[in-house]
Design a protein around this ligand. Structure first.
Ligand SMILES: NC(=O)c1ccc[n+]([C@@H]2O[C@H](COP(=O)([O-])OP(=O)(O)OC[C@H]3O[C@@H](n4cnc5c(N)ncnc54)[C@H](OP(=O)(O)O)[C@@H]3O)[C@@H](O)[C@H]2O)c1
Length: 288
């Protein structure tokens, strides 16, 4: 088998219009990948394509629009890629949102749980046939050490109706990312498709800037202490591109090293239950 590189491979990155996703896209374009950038805003998507052309000298990037707060839009996006038999070697589940107040999506789910977890569960499941057809292939989940703020999935209150607290609710969605990555790794063993999650560090990006004036001012104050998006993207790039992680699956990485997440993120019962619960919530949307 030839050594893994990104040259000529197709990489789909969600939330690639800014922050960590765009920085990862630029780096992977430099390594010769064909990029499918996904985001909710057409203008920002086209700006991202221009930035990749300017910084990486690559025209092998395209933008596809889908708002992950709508499960129907995620399904539409995935079905287009499947219908066109698109190659897919790396899926980077990166799009994320952080809200300081409780918001519901058009589908009635708490927005962080819906965008950060459910939408990516749906996208991944629908794209699995493409990843399997292109195996060896990789799924990379941009999770967070914020999973330490939330010790378990709120099985009886997934949308935080009874109680909402911003950091635990964000941590809840990021705990779901790690549990999903681990369950996926277990289910995909032997298929040539790997699944790993990561913490990018504290990174100066646009996350949280949708939360009024505080959401814009606090990041500015913290910026000097945070990593640049390029540095924050390093572990994503490593998991997508490094030959040495060929076949490595079901791990959690920080600074390109496998590390242990909190013990509750390694709970296999919770991971299995989240899989089944997500399937139940998504119902017919999962149909191929
Ligand atoms: N920054 C950190 O310190 C940090 C730490 C740990 C983990 N993370 C994780 O890193 C990932 C990337 O975040 P970031 O820090 O790079 O933040 P960011 O700069 O805000 O980028 C987030 C990306 O997700 C997209 N997005 C948000 N809501 C969306 C929706 N409803 N539909 C489609 N796309 C949507 C954004 O699109 P728009 O351009 O339209 O807003 C943007 O492209 C997230 O999963 C986050 O949880 C970040």
């Amino acid at each position: 088998m030839t050594e893994w590189t990104l040259e000529g491979k197709t990489v789909l990155i969600t939330g690639a219009t800014g922050g960590i996703g765009l920085a990862a896209a630029v780096a992977m374009a430099r390594q010769g990948a064909h990029l499918v950038l996904v985001g909710r805003n057409q203008t920002r998507g086209l700006d991202a394509i221009s930035e990749i052309r300017r910084r990486a000298g690559s025209d092998r990037a395209e933008f596809l629009r889908a708002d992950f707060s709508s499960l129907a839009e995620v399904r539409r996006l995935a079905l287009v890629l499947v219908a066109e038999d698109r190659p897919l070697h790396v899926l980077v589940n990166n799009a994320g949102t952080m809200n300081t107040s409780r918001k519901l999506t058009i589908d009635g789910f708490e927005e962080m749980f819906a965008v950060n977890h459910l939408a990516h569960f749906l996208l991944t499941r629908l794209l699995l046939p493409r990843l399997q057809a292109c195996a060896p292939s990789r799924i990379v989940h941009v999770a967070s050490n914020a999973h330490s703020f939330c010790k378990e999935i709120r099985w009886h209150d997934l949308s935080h109706e009874r109680e909402f607290s911003a950091f635990p609710a964000y941590g809840h969605s990021k705990l779901a990312n790690i549990l999903f990555s681990n369950e996926l790794a277990r289910r995909l063993r032997g298929t040539g498709v790997t699944s790993n999650a990561l913490h990018p560090g504290a990174v100066a990006t646009g996350i949280g800037s949708n939360n009024g004036i505080a959401g814009r001012v606090v990041p500015l104050l913290l910026k000097p202490f945070f990593r640049s998006p390029a540095r924050g993207a390093a572990t994503t790039i490593y998991l997508a591109s490094a030959a040495e992680v060929d076949g490595v699956t079901g791990k959690y990485f920080y600074d390109s090293q496998p590390v242990d997440p909190k013990p509750w993120a390694l709970d296999t019962n919770a991971a299995g239950r989240l899989w089944v619960t997500s399937e139940r919530l998504l119902g017919d949307l999962l149909a191929p």
